[in-house]
Every structure is written in structure tokens, then in C-alpha cells.
Design a protein around this ligand. Structure first.
Ligand code: TYC
Length: 108
């Protein structure tokens, strides 16, 4: 909010102060981590990585095998809102196909 005062020409104006963000900041990035489980099929995880995370087939297989062996792995890295959407898409698709596949966000 500004205060009313006379300007240099003697007129009445409103002095405002506005903080200008001169440089656009990079958004914080978030990893979408896929979690391993004993029931979701490998084929379905590869399908999820291709359809939701746009991974080419060979890369999808590698990520899936990494998760299978190590317990979790990175499906993709995105700004917060996109990462949250990907998590919701995975959970919705998994529910639809009745697999317990889970994933979560972690700050990158
Ligand atoms: N461990 C699962 C199996 O042996 C495969 C799997 C991989 C499940 C990755 C989930 O995020 C996952 N069928």
C-alpha cells in the first residue's frame, strides 16, 4: 500500500513500493521414487515407466530392474506440481490394475 503525497509536479499521487524479482529462480526439483514390492509384475512397472514417465523401453527395463534389486529407484525428476501429478497417476494406474505399486517424492 502507498501513502498519498504530492509529486514533483505538485499533483497528488500514490507512492507505491513493489518488490521486483529481477531474476527467475529455478524451481526446486523432486525425485519420483518407485518402491519395490513382491506382487507388482515387472511387465507392469515397465509399462508405468513408459506410459507415465516417457522412458524408452530399454531404459524402463533398467530402472525397473534397479528398483527390483535395490528396493527403490528414480523414475523421474520434476518440479513439485508435476512430480505430485506423476505420483497420483502411478497410484491411480496401479489401483486400476490391482497392483500394490507405490512411489514417493524426495527433494532432489
Ligand atoms: N519385485 C517385483 C517382482 O519380482 C517387480 C517390481 C519391480 C515391483 C519394481 C515393483 O517398483 C517395482 N515381480
Amino acid at each position: 500500500m502507498g501513502e498519498r503525497r504530492e509529486d514533483l509536479e505538485g499533483g497528488v499521487g500514490v507512492a507505491t513500493s513493489t518488490k521486483v524479482q529481477r531474476k527467475l529462480k529455478e524451481p526446486k526439483m523432486y525425485k519420483v521414487l518407485l518402491l519395490n514390492d513382491d506382487y507388482t509384475t515387472m511387465e507392469f512397472v515397465v509399462f508405468v515407466l513408459q506410459s507415465i514417465f516417457q522412458r524408452p523401453n530399454a531404459e524402463a527395463v533398467q530402472i525397473m530392474l534397479h528398483v527390483h534389486k535395490n528396493g527403490m529407484g528414480v523414475a523421474g525428476v520434476y518440479p513439485h506440481e508435476i512430480a505430485e501429478t506423476r505420483v497420483a497417476q502411478v497410484e491411480s494406474l496401479a489401483r486400476e490394475f490391482e497392483f500394490p505399486l507405490r512411489c514417493r517424492l524426495e527433494e532432489a
